[in-house]
Structures are given as C-alpha cells and as structure tokens.
Ligand binder design. Sequence first.
Ligand code: FES
Ligand code: FE2
Length: 356
Amino acid sequence: MFVKNAWYVGAWSDEIGDSGMLARTLLGEPVLFYRTADGTLAALQDRCCHRGLPLSHGRVQGDCVTCGYHGLTFNRTGACVNVPGQERIPPAAKVPSYLVRESDGMVWIWMGDASQADDALIVSHSFAGNAEWTFLKDRYLVNANYQLITDNLMDLTHVGYVHNRTIGGTPQAHSEAESKTSVTSNGVRVERWMMDSVPPPSYCAVHKFHTPRIDRWMEIDFFAPSIVRIHTGAMDTNTGAREGQRNDALLFWGFNAQTPETETTTHYFWSGARSHVPGRSIGEQRLDSLRITFAEDKEIVEAQQASLDLQPEPLVMIASDAGMMGARRRVAMMLKAEAVSWIQPVVPSKLDEVKA
Ligand code: FES
Ligand SMILES: [Fe+2]
C-alpha cells in the first residue's frame, strides 16, 4: 500500500526526450509520460480503455496520444477525442491522467487526489545544473521495498561497514557520532557530528586536508513519504566547523528519491553534488565513486528484502534506528489519513428510515 497524495519523482527530465514517451510503473500503476507539441509534460495511465493495450505502443500527435491498436486518441486530460470510424465517443472512453511538474531536472508526479496537490511540497534540489557544483545522477531499479532504502539513508552508522572502500571512515567513528533526531513539519531530521575522525579514502582523493584528522557533519532530511536529502561536509579538525565556519570545507549534497515501482521493487533516483574546489578542474574532482557507493547500498537492501521475504519477524531495535523509525511513523500517519478520507459518510437506507 502506498501514499497516493504526495509528489514522487517519476523520472529525470532528460529521460523523456523532446517528443518522446516514457513508460514506467509507479506505485503499482502503469504510467505513460509524454511531451505535448509545445514541450509540456503530460502523464496518462499507460492502458488504453478500449482493449487494454499500453498507450506507449502508440504515438504522440500534437497534444494527444493515439493508441497503437485501433487508433483511439486521448488528450492530456485522458479524455478520448476520436474514435476512428464513428462519430459517437462513448462517455466511458477515458483514461486516468496525473499531475506532473518539472523542477531541478526532475519530473514529479502526483497520483492521488489532484485537489490536494500542493506545489510547495516539491523538494528542491537547486544545485542540479549549477556551475558551482560538480553533479552526478542516475536511477537504479532496486529489488527491494522503497522503505528499506529510506531506512538505509536515515541510519548512516551503516557507512563505516557498507562503504569502507569509498565514503566510509572507521565503523567506530560512525557508531560513536553525536546524533540528534527531530521531527519536522513534513518529515524527520537527523543531525550527526563526527569530530576528530579519520578521513575516508574518497574524501582524501578529492580534497586537500591540512590535518591528519577531520571534523565531519551530516544533515539528513526525510520528506515523507519518499525523499531523503543529505547535506554533508568535512573540514580540518578544530577549525570552527561546529561554529559554522565553512571556508575550505569539502561539501557534498545528496538527493535521494525512492519511488515505489511495486511493493518489492523501487526506482531509486540518486544524485550527488560537490562544491568546486578553487584551482581544480571538474575532471579532477571525480564523483565516480558515487556509483560504487550507491551500488553497495543496492546490494545490501536487496539482500535484506530477500531475507525479510523468508522471515519478516522478529527484528530488534537499537538506538541508531531513531531516524528510520521516525520516517516510518510519518509514512504510517499519511497512509492512515488517506484510509480515513476514503470512508464515505453512511447514508441511511429507506429500510432504516422505516425501522426508525
Ligand atoms: S486497444 Fe487501444 S484502440 Fe483498441
Ligand atoms: Fe549507504
């Protein structure tokens, strides 16, 4: 079961060409993204209401999509506007349409009640395409429930164990990091500090630290139900990071959108950006290790899903689960709110009136 009244990332913008179509299963529903004649994005259920062929087998014509089987044509609202060979269009001839927005190089989709959609809830990722930042992105199809990916991101004590080849550092330093979890207006925030810690290999490869140990910080923001934004940084130890000094810091911003495909598969849109270091070209500031880093997480959560499929219970909680539990609680609240909103008021039947 998924939260419907929320913005999800459906695609990177450049996955859908100027006149192209993109078919993708989201929240268990087949979705067709396409661009209309003026380049505006539209999204319809990818299922023709005539005989069920995916509309992605058809083609875009102006603002409409024509089914590739018998030629029914649908506009961007999903209304059928032409049935070849007959003038009458059956009233039921329509397909569901979805709200879409493009922002910061991403395509966002709202698959629930359109009257509740609020653009202010779209999470910003403003450094995408910003020349001040070196930027890398991709999408992995992960064979695991989307919440297992959120769990992974909300508890970074895993970094010392899963990512010791890349962004890790020592497991002990991660486990002993000062950590504070708080509830925000639409999610959860975890702040972590790793003072006077050993710099991980990937940090040393891209940044010149002047002390053998560094101070690291991580700000992890969960925006329910599916976005995790992580702002991290590192500086020479004892040079004022805690007091807000950021000169000559290595800054890294991560953006993660885990959009359910099904209950056990997820479109994991990830991206990472690093501030430029003066005097070094973008080419020297390699972000390649990110692909390895996110593949390491993919391997872990897929193995976890397979294990939980065999035996979901029991599981034991530990202190570092606070962020993960807060995020899950928030999603559960949203699901509950949607379930309640579907309960219709009971209208007394005629029989009840007679009995009364
Ligand atoms: S299945 Fe689409 S027109 Fe027949
Ligand atoms: Fe990770």
